[in-house]
Design a protein around this ligand. Sequence first.
Ligand SMILES: [Zn+2]
Length: 370
Amino acid sequence: MNLPVPAYGRRSLADLGPSVLAALGVSGQPNVLDLPALPRACVLLVDGLGWELLRAHAADAPYLSSLAGRDLTAGFPATTATSLGSLGTGRPPGTHGLLGYQVAIPGEGRLLNCLRWADGVDPLIWQPSPTVYERATAAGVTTAHVSARAYVDSGLTRAVYRGARYVPADALGPLVAAAEHAVRQGERSYVTVYHSELDSTGHLYGSRSPAWRHHLAFVDLLVRRLAEAMPPDAALYVTADHGMTDPGSRVDVDAEPDLRAGVALLGGEPRARHVYAEDGAAADVHAAWRERFAGQAWVMTRDEAIEAGLFGPVSDTMAGRVGDIVAVPYADVAIVATEAEPVESSLVGMHGSLVPAEQLVPLLTYRSAQ
Ligand SMILES: [Zn+2]
């Protein structure tokens, strides 16, 4: 198995928050990304802006393409909840515990959808690490997170953005204006901004569709306006939570009894599956999935996935959230479940895997002229 493991501690999304804090002068934070020392920083996370997609569509994003940049690994799975956890806590997934789009709640026989959250799951217990915002605030840095009003009090927001002042902004103009204001507060400031619609466009129309390319052009203008709104002592960083791919074929778990046999809960998403087996069935499920996806997906046991380092270090508490089997397509295929997940299974664009198209995200830097 030639697994491309995310570069935690070297060049991953989890390294961005601590590097920014170090650049702001917060002690005890490793600046592994070697960011320049400045008193103000704004990080824009564009959902779904993969490094490879951006490079393939440079003509649609001339401003983004003009910025100095490099790639980071998003982390595993390459999905929004996991990556927002990595950015918000500055820790790899195995530490913050947001291990995918849908993960089993150990001992409860049900899944937690980490975007929509669920009753009875306390975000402060599910994600116990202090956030980057909490660490910044303790060091005297003013923090804010600018995003849609709909997420202001969600479980995911409380898990990964706690400690930040939440500034709701429901359109591109208010988003820029809010960031422009927030980044000027205090002596030092750390502001994050979230934009969701490139990802939703890619899911619905595909990541190489005219709709996606047109939306990318709006993102390009968003970034230019945001850059122009930065004060001279600030840096603007543009990154993403994952890329995207448009799988050409689909395997429907709900239509193949051999794949459903012994499976108690099917978690994750089509490009990164956590498969939770019924008691005593893990070995049989592992064998069936390995055989079915030979040549198409990495199929690992929980221990193999953890030992390979897919999630970074995994504590005992978090290990129970990992599937008994972890199945990650590297070929042009999605593992869907048309009955259990009719909406997700119908999407054109998908993400989650370790392949570069999904895994690599940009880190672009803008600094105003001194
Ligand atoms: Zn998505």
